[in-house]
Design a protein around this ligand. Structure first.
Ligand SMILES: Nc1ncnc2c1ncn2[C@@H]1O[C@H](COP(=O)(O)OP(=O)(O)OP(=O)(O)O)[C@@H](O)[C@H]1O
Length: 299
């Protein structure tokens, strides 16, 4: 038996409420087969409050999936610190990380089948997802049939995953992810390649989980319709948090060494190499910086 340090055993709650997430200076490198290092994340600072719902956006390769797997304790960062609540998960040994993954955090990886046992039935997949719960918790949990009915899969509860449609698999992956009542739900493109109807159903269920349990929810998406359902968006750029949207307003995030990404609609007008002047100009008691181009020479 492994003896765990008091205060470090991250097994306990399934539930109540969501858990906060905080990253400081998170860097992640991948070593390729050829022996090169790929820098996937290069200094991510981010805080998500308990119960908050956030959509991660950004171009392909900007590091969204990598950040999600680090938050879910599936990979450890090469450098920097990640906290879930008061627990620093970037330093936890594997046994505690495994408890965290099975009881507090659910991660839906990109592509439904990566989250499912394809030779097992829908019902068996839900039962498998709940293996780490105690028998008392399992008795209290929503029964498998009721959970599958909730995601519209009652009629295929005893059907093998391999015979299901893409939409059905994605709904099942979500049912498995929520079956342990996680404090943090991380979902990587849970609605890609779904019909509009399936997309809306899946994202509706994700928000229901937040409404009912207060679960903190982070979803990676390329779909504006999905992002629009989230009160906060975080846009990744080149392995960093570049922009944030809050309640419809867009903000840029000051990165390491004062780096600021221009919003995309301005980046085209002010291309790389543009000479600009930055001057403080407080207004109405608020800090303001004015960025201006010098007058055209000879103009
Ligand atoms: N296993 C891996 N080995 C080597 N490089 C990797 C690996 N996984 C990701 N990368 C690289 O890390 C960078 C970030 O990838 P990541 O998948 O996190 O981005 P993403 O924003 O989620 O992209 P997408 O939207 O296409 O899923 C990319 O340059 C990618 O090629």
């Amino acid at each position: 038996m492994t003896v765990l340090e008091p205060g470090v055993d991250i097994g306990e709650p399934t539930h109540p409420g969501g858990i906060g997430v905080r990253c400081t200076g998170v860097v992640h490198l991948y070593r390729t087969f050829e022996g090169h290092d790929v820098v996937a994340l290069q200094g991510v600072d981010l805080a998500v409050r308990p119960g908050e719902r956030v959509a991660f956006l950004g171009p392909s390769g900007s590091g969204k999936s990598t950040l999600l797997t680090l938050l879910g304790g599936i990979q450890k960062p090469s450098a920097g610190r990640i906290f879930l609540g008061e627990h620093e998960i970037s330093r936890l040994p594997e046994p505690q990380l495994a408890r965290l993954r099975s009881r507090r955090v659910s991660t839906m990886l990109q592509g439904a089948t990566r989250n499912l046992l394809s030779y097992a039935t829908a019902r068996q997949n839900v039962a498998f997802a709940r293996l780490a719960l105690t028998s008392a918790e399992r008795r209290q949990a929503v029964p498998e049939t009721a959970l599958l009915a909730r995601v519209g899969l009652e009629s295929v509860a005893d059907q093998v995953v391999a015979t299901m449609s893409g939409g059905q698999r994605q709904r099942l992956a979500l049912a498995c992810a929520v079956s342990t009542s996680p404090q943090l739900l991380l979902a990587d493109e849970p609605t890609s390649q779904l019909s509009h109807e399936d997309r809306d159903a899946v994202i509706g269920l994700v928000h229901d989980l937040g409404d009912e349990l207060g679960t903190t929810i982070i979803v990676v998406t390329h779909q504006p319709e999905v992002a629009a359902t989230f009160p906060r968006t975080v846009t990744m750029k080149g392995g960093r948090v570049g922009l944030e949207g809050r309640d419809g307003a867009e903000y840029v995030v000051i990165g390491a060494e004062g780096v600021v990404h221009l919003p995309s609609h301005l980046a085209g007008q002010w291309p790389q190499g543009t000479l600009v002047r930055i001057e403080p100009e407080p207004q109405d008691g608020r800090d303001r910086l004015v960025v201006s181009r010098p007058p055209e020479e000879g103009g």
